[in-house]
Write a protein that binds this ligand. Structure first.
Ligand code: NDP
Length: 356
């Protein structure tokens, strides 16, 4: 099968698995535009990812596809993902009533939370699932290419990079429900940004570091440096996952102590409450610092600190998340009014405690 169609078939497979694999129903945070009721979701991302991975490993072991197929055909696969992203964007946007002008609508979307069969398939959650699974397959395939190219001399940094990045992917899938409480899910619409972003950008650009060094030899980083990279990665993970979990518990069980030990400390205006302790007391978006720290650690594991490729991923996070923090501040100032001003007084740092 031509590689272009192999990628289309992979996305089709993930869609079919998402449709048929049993999932658990949960109530989300975003609300239905018309009824105002919280939306329902059917989540099975982890199972779909594990099944797809098992099929990929099985096909590799049987010799049906080379282990590094997605590396060897990365440009064709990227072109196919790009075409699918564009077709999807056109289909989801142009079939909905106009909102703010064609170009803005194409980029930001018209529909807020498109779902099939009352949540059996939710467009946003499916898009994130395709992105996550394809990113994982890309990483494995790119690393396989490196191992095949340098038998017995593979870079331990490449293996560590894939292990940590897999942690990142499966962490998202494990905590899929927590994602229902994030900005994309409750504040964005489905257009090019989310559609093309998840079908093309997420699975390919996030692997840009490995893409750029997979064919290079082991740079020979000492073990202690790799250990430091792993520690840095997990420091970032604690900030990002910790902040997200603390907020998730606060939204779903407002009195529950976070992590079993940290009762929520809040400010309120009689109607609404905001967290002001723990991660949310250190900076208003310390979770973004966590993401940037993890991405920096991932770039460093590859052992080519002077090459541009590995740095594109953390740089992208800086460009994405710093303006997003400001957008979210504006959104929250409009939503919470004086309460948000009080929060800004109590927690003056945007992203980095004591610095920014
Ligand atoms: P946040 O999880 O920071 O959510 C912001 C929202 O949380 C606000 O709009 C507000 O919503 C609520 N909130 C803010 N401050 C408080 C507070 N003190 N107390 C209670 N509620 C508060 O942002 P995102 O949704 O952007 O990010 C979620 C996660 O996803 C982060 O870890 C982020 O780094 C990650 N992410 C990952 C990306 C990736 O590519 N890997 C890309 C983008 C984000 P409300 O109206 O509910 O009060």
């Amino acid at each position: 099968m031509p590689p272009f169609f192999a990628l289309v078939a992979l996305y089709g497979l993930i869609f079919v698995l998402h449709l048929i694999v049993p999932g658990r129903w949960v109530t989300g945070y975003a609300r239905d535009e018309r009824s105002g009721a919280p939306l329902r979701y059917r989540l099975n991302g982890l199972r779909v990812a594990l099944l797809t991975l098992a099929l990929y490993l099985g096909a590799g072991a049987l010799g049906w596809i080379p282990w590094d197929y997605l590396y060897v055909h990365r440009w064709e696969a990227l072109a196919a993902a790009c075409a699918l992203g564009l077709v999807f964007t056109g289909a989801i946007v142009l079939t909905a009533p106009p909102r703010r002008g064609l170009l803005t609508d194409l980029f930001l979307g018209r529909r807020e939370n498109p779902q099939l069969a009352g949540g059996h398939v939710d467009a946003k959650m499916f898009l994130y699932l395709v992105g996550a699974v394809t990113l994982e397959l890309n990483l494995l395939s790119f690393a396989a290419h490196h191992v095949l190219l340098f038998p017995g001399e593979a870079s331990p940094g490449v293996l560590l990079h894939v292990a940590l990045f897999s942690w990142f992917v499966f962490d998202y899938l494990w905590f899929e429900e927590v994602h229902l409480y994030t900005y994309d899910l409750f504040a964005e619409r489905v257009g090019f940004k989310l559609g093309w972003g998840c079908l093309t950008f997420y699975p390919f650009f996030y692997a840009v570091g490995l893409w750029s060094v997979a064919a290079r030899p082991d740079p020979g980083a000492p073990g202690w440096r790799l250990l430091l990279c792993a520690l840095l990665f997990f420091a970032g993970w604690v900030m990002a996952r910790g902040a997200n979990m603390q907020k998730y518990w606060f939204k779903t069980q407002p009195e529950r102590p976070a992590f079993g030990v940290l009762p929520p400390e809040t400010i309120e205006d009689g109607e609404r409450r905001l967290l002001v302790n723990g991660f949310w007391g250190a900076a208003r978006h310390i979770n973004y610092l966590g993401e940037i720290t993890m991405a920096t650690a991932l770039a460093l594991t590859l052992g080519y600190p002077w090459a541009l490729g590995p740095w594109l991923y953390p740089l992208y996070y800086v460009v994405l998340l710093l303006p997003r923090q400001r957008d979210d501040d504006r959104r929250c100032a409009a939503k919470y009014g004086a309460l948000w001003a009080e929060y800004e007084r109590r927690v003056p740092y945007r992203v980095i405690p004591y610095l920014y």
